[in-house]
Design a binder for this molecule. Structure first.
Ligand code: SF4
Length: 172
């Protein structure tokens, strides 16, 4: 198994240009294929996983909040945080879609917010979200921890332009 963490000084892809990043990711994908190697890629860049990973686990405040295949998650992200991460990726196809940075402050890990720790930043938060931590449930084949999804207040987001573009680029 090979674990690559973008925050590690030995594997930092930041500031080295998109060409360098693409080369490294393509090399990792090749190693994975050739040697049947398990690869764990730790990154905040969902765009980086499209061509390399089979499955994605999206984490927020140290917990997995969405887990599924790359295709399922990029095509129709469920969790509001996953949607924000996708919306924050620059649109390289120049379609005119506005890039929306992830809103709000990252919570203090020593004193996380009550209930769902994402609730201060979530446009779908309600009273239950502030009081009760959502469990990771399997909903329509994807594991997701969100009261709004569980209650049916929020549907999978099939209109994720960014995810669709990434899937098309990687021909998944
Ligand atoms: S549980 Fe509530 S606050 Fe947390 S992501 Fe879902 S809707 Fe937002």
């Amino acid at each position: 198994m090979f674990a690559a963490n973008e925050k590690s000084p030995n594997f930092c892809l930041h500031g080295r240009g998109p060409g360098f990043q693409a080369q490294i990711l393509s090399l990792l994908a090749e190693l994975k294929r050739e040697f049947g190697m398990a690869l764990v890629l730790i990154t905040h860049d969902l765009g980086a996983v499209a061509g390399v990973a089979d499955r994605v686990a999206v984490m927020q405040s140290g917990r997995i909040i969405e887990l599924g295949t790359v295709k399922a998650i990029l095509k129709a992200p469920r969790h509001p945080y996953t949607r924000m991460l996708l919306d924050a990726i620059p649109d390289i196809s120049m379609s005119g879609r506005a890039r929306t940075p992830v809103q709000g402050e990252v919570p203090n890990p020593l004193s996380p917010p009550s209930g769902c720790s994402f609730h201060p930043r979530c446009p779908h938060a309600n009273a239950r979200c502030k009081a009760e931590r959502p469990a990771l449930l399997t909903i329509q084949g994807v594991k997701v921890a969100c009261h709004a999804i569980e209650e049916g207040r929020l549907q999978p987001e099939p209109r994720s332009a960014t995810g669709q573009q990434m899937l098309a680029a990687e021909q998944l």
